[in-house]
Design a protein around this ligand. Structure first.
Ligand SMILES: [Zn+2]
Length: 119
């Protein structure tokens, strides 16, 4: 969080928490926590991809935190197919072409198996 260094999962020791960087700063996962701002470059790329994608998987999000919550609607307006994977209905369920209900890890594993078995 201090110097921006990146580590592979195998390079991090979890014996001491939170894990520390070589610079003595704290190491956090490379994800956006609730309340954190999305890096500007990532946001621009996400909006660009939402405008151009044929298919969007919306997985495990309640779709209530903007601006990311807007991405499925953008993709839908541009003609993309929306697949929502979630335990329950969300703010974007009404625009989803397919709603897969259950645990994301289990559903994604099944989808992967189906894809592997395609001729
Ligand atoms: Zn560091």
């Amino acid at each position: 969080m201090k110097c921006g260094a990146k580590y592979g999962i195998d390079e991090i020791s979890l014996e001491e928490l939170p894990p520390k960087c070589r610079c003595e700063g704290i190491i956090k996962p490379d994800i956006i926590f609730f309340g954190e701002a999305i890096p500007k470059d990532a946001l621009i790329k996400a909006f660009d991809m939402a405008n151009r994608c044929d298919l969007m998987l919306v997985i495990g999000t309640s779709c209530v935190v903007y601006p990311a919550a807007e991405l499925p609607s953008i993709a839908k307006r541009k003609g993309a197919t929306i697949i929502e994977i979630n335990r329950e209905d969300t703010m974007i369920s009404h625009i989803a072409d397919y709603k897969l209900r259950g645990k994301a890890g289990e559903i994604l594993s099944k989808l992967l198996e189906e894809i592997k078995n395609l001729p």
